[in-house]
Design a binder for this molecule. Structure first.
Ligand code: SF4
Length: 376
């Protein structure tokens, strides 16, 4: 094993960490010590794992092992407490991860770069929060209302890079896992089901090593039908959300070209047969685009499509962005759409946009460093 090569421990599960330790002549329980340090104590360098003998730390370092946590490069705080993190990966690519506190918190920032993370990126008071996690650098799916799509796909994230985003944010926000109610949503940059193996490994690490309950995680897919079927067979899995955004094939194809590969028929058949747990519902997300998919007739079509599926719908009025050829519907249009769904027997909720002023809202993640450059 050449010393100049780097081997990242973050992303390895307990069995793999134990194998590393045993291969270096250590007892099996060193694997558990490594997992405890990396995933629960959130240690960022091998040298700082004080539970390991100095000699073993030296052996690991000499062999090129490092923890490999991605680093927070910059952060931007919104007036609503949301913080958008730009996280740098080992090859200098970057992704965005978003922290959304809720509860009694007041204003956490002024919509500009956070600067001193100690004071500016932390809401003064909150009792629950959501972390929005990226799964790829860029995205290949090309949803027409999404800024991330403008990047194209650059590469998949490793399981360690997916988990690393969560650990970075928890550390920056000084969150003790046992004290706080944190939800994870895999709705950041990328389509998780086009990076399925790494995404699922990250999920298992977050559940088994970091300590997140599956019930507090949701993954959103644009509708990769073959993977929805695989996902239903997983023994450990988050809840499932499906990005709908169209009420018929022609309309959906216009905003989500992926509909040409997996039509609404195929998508809704996968949804209908998805093995839901007791009391679990599927979530359908519907981004409302002014004059495109927001009519009463569209709403009636959605009611028809979702009939017989245990589901709820989250309505999101488009988050505006530069170079997007769509407008945001009025509150009245959104409310009228919602009422049709509710009268049709479908629970429907209007999602409040978070962090719009710092480009942290749904579909706005584009690794933007300069707010002014995108019109804020
Ligand atoms: S909405 Fe999601 S799946 Fe669609 S292009 Fe954006 S990141 Fe990709």
């Amino acid at each position: 094993m050449p010393a100049e090569q780097k081997f990242e421990l973050l992303g390895l599960n307990l069995e793999e960490l134990t194998a590393v330790a045993v291969e270096k002549g250590q007892p099996q329980y060193r694997g558990e010590q490594l997992a405890e340090a990396i995933y629960r104590q959130r240690v960022t360098s091998v040298d700082a794992i004080s539970t390991l003998p100095f000699a073993f730390r030296t052996v690991l370092a000499d062999a090129g092992f490092r923890i490999g946590r991605p680093v927070i490069h910059r952060s931007f705080a919104s007036v609503d407490g949301t913080v958008r993190y730009l996280i740098r990966l080992s090859d200098s690519e970057s992704v965005e991860t978003v922290w959304m506190p809720e509860g009694d918190g007041g204003e956490a920032g002024d919509g500009t770069e956070a600067g001193d993370a100690e004071s500016a990126t932390r809401a003064p008071s909150w009792n629950r929060a959501t972390i929005c996690v990226s799964s790829q650098v860029g995205c290949a799916v090309n949803c027409q209302f999404c800024l991330t799509a403008k990047l194209g796909i650059r590469r998949n994230l490793s399981a360690g890079e997916i988990v690393g985003q969560v650990l970075d944010v928890l550390s920056d926000q000084k969150v003790a896992m046992e004290q706080q109610r944190i939800n994870l949503v895999f709705m950041g940059m990328g389509e998780p089901f086009l990076n399925y193996e790494n995404f699922m490994k990250a999920v298992r690490l977050l559940v088994q090593e970091v300590g997140f309950p599956e019930s507090r995680m949701t993954v959103s897919t644009a509708g990769i039908v073959s993977r929805i079927i695989d996902f239903g067979k997983e023994s450990i899995r988050p809840k499932l959300a499906i990005s709908l955004n169209g009420s018929n094939d022609a309309g959906r194809e216009d905003v989500m070209p992926i509909n040409r590969k997996w039509s609404l028929d195929a998508l809704l058949e996968a949804a209908r047969t998805f093995p839901l747990r007791s009391r679990e519902k599927l979530t359908f997300e519907y981004v409302l685009l002014r004059g495109v998919n927001d009519s009463i007739n569209n709403a009636r079509e959605v009611v028809h499509l979702l009939r017989g599926i245990r589901a709820k719908v989250n309505l999101i009025a488009l988050n505006p962005g530069p170079d997007l050829p769509f407008g945001t519907p009025s509150e009245e249009i959104v409310a009228a759409f919602q009422q049709v769904l509710i009268r049709g027997g479908i629970p429907a909720f209007v999602r409040r946009p978070r962090g719009r002023d710092i480009y942290a809202a749904c579909g706005q993640l584009k690794r933007t460093e300069e707010l002014v450059a995108i019109g804020s």
